[in-house]
Design a protein around this ligand. Structure first.
Ligand code: GAP
Length: 511
């Protein structure tokens, strides 16, 4: 655990040192759970957005993108259920005065039990070696079975209590599990209460209920209210999707773990409208498609797992998360939800406008069903950054910190370095940049020894470094160094564009 916390701390400090992420309003000591993306962070973020947009919109003929307003008519949030039901159950520890999400305390407790099971399995592997039958071990080992039964019991009780809004039951479960406050170590808990996560503000100069509007807690509703606008103006035929990238705001109770849980964050969401009854087919399709999208980044297939929701949101008939192995352990990265026709029907009811589709093949009007994919941009950023951050000991015993960011997402694609600041080498380097800058973000770097410059580029994840030396002036060749293998080869300047493009083009991820 301690090691994991150290890893997160290291990533946070690296992100700040190299201009990826800064605490927001830092000169005023920051604002809790709010962060600013720096010069390299905004490039990485834009590249992640571009990867998502290209894959979802550009590569799908039947998906289009929109950009809807953050402010929406307040009735939107009545209709969507957020005013009444977008709550988290919170609990305070009376000794530490710290506030927690009651369901998160229980999830973390179950995760600890799950880890005990994995330890038991590891012991089995060690004991039985090649003869180890993991499936049979999990099905028969008494310790594993007892702990699995414990988890099931907690899950069942938690689901029943949350679904019935039985906050007393959630409190009792926390007490029965003997969960202690991680700060004070005590079990001196308050009762469990519901807390609405939406931020509100007032529009115009009038105050009072009529003027209260909300900062959107998800981008999805901007898509639902535009369903017919897009379908009609774009002549879209079901099944089709509407995608959007944008800010969302939630007054999170527990806002910690860096950019994992923020109060202002960005979502990349897609609503896929389909025929009623076909939603489970599309739910499975999008689970697989989204899982492949993540895995194509090469951060390691074993870094992802699916987690089915215990408590379904008020709008869903099936839902799961794609979890990623963050420095804090496996946590939600993306949600895939089968939202039925709930949202469109609610908006029909509250607006009095029909939100239906005429299906020419069925010769019938209906309210489409929706499968949603929703991934947090900031969580994607943290996944990429934390999985890429490595401290390596090299063959000669020296050390380097490298960000092995997937090249298509790396902020700078290539650094061009004149060996010295004289003899026309800087001019030649700039000439090379002029030939590359239309397609690749290039960095010019002439300060310090070449070795130091390589380390600097490693630390910001630049896939290639190109050195311009005296031989370049004679025969138009340069050395190009690969960030990951650290191999250097001499190539013609005329070949640089192709060599870089082969590795950093977004196509490498999309095909
Ligand atoms: N429209 C569905 C929806 O909003 P969600 O599971 O509440 O579903 C989707 O959120 C994704 O948004 C999450 O998987 C996560 O990646 C991201 N997300 C949610 N809350 C967040 C927060 N406070 N900070 C950063 N990302 C968040």
């Amino acid at each position: 655990m301690e090691q994991k916390e150290d890893k997160l701390k290291e990533v946070i400090s690296h992100a700040k040192e190299y201009g990826f992420v800064f605490p927001s309003s830092e000169i005023y000591d920051g604002l809790a759970a709010t962060y600013d993306y720096g010069q390299l962070g905004s490039e990485l973020k834009n590249n992640i957005k571009s990867y998502w947009w290209k894959s979802m919109v550009q590569m799908h003929e039947n998906i289009v993108g929109i950009d809807s307003a953050i402010f929406m008519h307040p009735t939107t949030w009545k209709a969507s259920g957020h005013v009444d039901a977008f709550n988290d159950p919170l609990i305070d520890n009376k000794d530490s005065k710290k506030r927690y999400r009651a369901d998160v305390l229980l999830e973390e407790h179950m995760e600890k039990i799950r880890l005990k099971i994995e330890k038991e399995v590891e012991k089995g592997v060690k004991r039985f070696g090649d003869d180890f039958d993991e499936h049979q071990f999990r099905a028969t080992n008494p310790n594993v079975l007892r702990n699995a039964e414990k988890i099931k019991e907690i899950e069942d009780r938690m689901r029943t209590s949350l679904e019935a809004n039985d906050l007393e039951g959630v409190y009792q479960l926390i007490m029965d599990c003997e969960i202690v406050c991680p700060v004070s170590g005590s079990r001196n808990w308050t009762e469990v209460r519901q807390f609405n996560l939406m931020f509100s503000t007032e529009i115009g100069s009038v105050s009072g209920d009529a003027a209260t509007i909300y900062l959107r807690p998800e981008t999805a509703q901007g898509i639902f209210v535009n369903f017919l606008n897009v379908q009609k103006s774009g002549r879209m035929k079901i099944p089709f999707g509407i995608a959007q990238i944008g800010k969302a705001f939630r007054n999170e109770i527990v806002a910690r773990q860096f950019i994992f849980r923020m109060r202002e964050f960005e979502q990349m969401e897609m609503q896929f409208f389909c025929r009623p009854g076909e939603e489970m087919k599309w739910y499975e399709y999008w689970k697989e498609t989204r899982s492949n999208w993540h895995k194509a980044l090469g951060l390691g297939d074993n870094q992802y797992r699916f987690h089915d929701h215990i408590k379904l949101a008020h709008y869903a008939n099936a839902a799961c998360d794609i979890e990623f192995n963050f420095p804090m352990g496996f946590k939600e990265l993306e949600g895939i939800h089968s939202r039925t026709d709930f949202d469109l029907k609610q908006h029909e009811q509250f607006s009095g406008k029909k939100l239906q589709y005429f299906d020419p093949e069925l010769n019938q009007n209906y309210v489409p069903f929706v499968v949603e994919t929703s991934v947090g941009l900031d969580r994607m950023f943290l996944a990429v950054l934390s999985a890429s951050h490595k401290n390596e000991v090299l063959e000669d015993g020296s050390e380097r910190t490298v960000l092995s960011i997937p090249p298509a997402l790396a902020p700078y694609k290539v650094a061009i370095m004149p060996l010295t600041k004289k003899d026309g080498l800087p001019e030649k380097a700039r000439e090379i940049i002029d030939g590359l800058k239309f397609d690749f973000l290039c960095q010019y770097d002439e300060k310090d020894s070449i070795g130091k410059r390589y380390r600097r580029q490693d630390a910001i994840g630049t896939p290639f470094s190109v050195t311009v030396d005296h031989e370049t002036l004679e025969n138009n060749t340069v050395t190009i160094r690969d960030r990951d293998t650290m191999e250097q080869v001499r190539v013609n300047i005329a070949d640089l564009h192709r060599l870089i493009d082969e590795k950093v083009n977004m196509k490498t991820l999309l095909v």
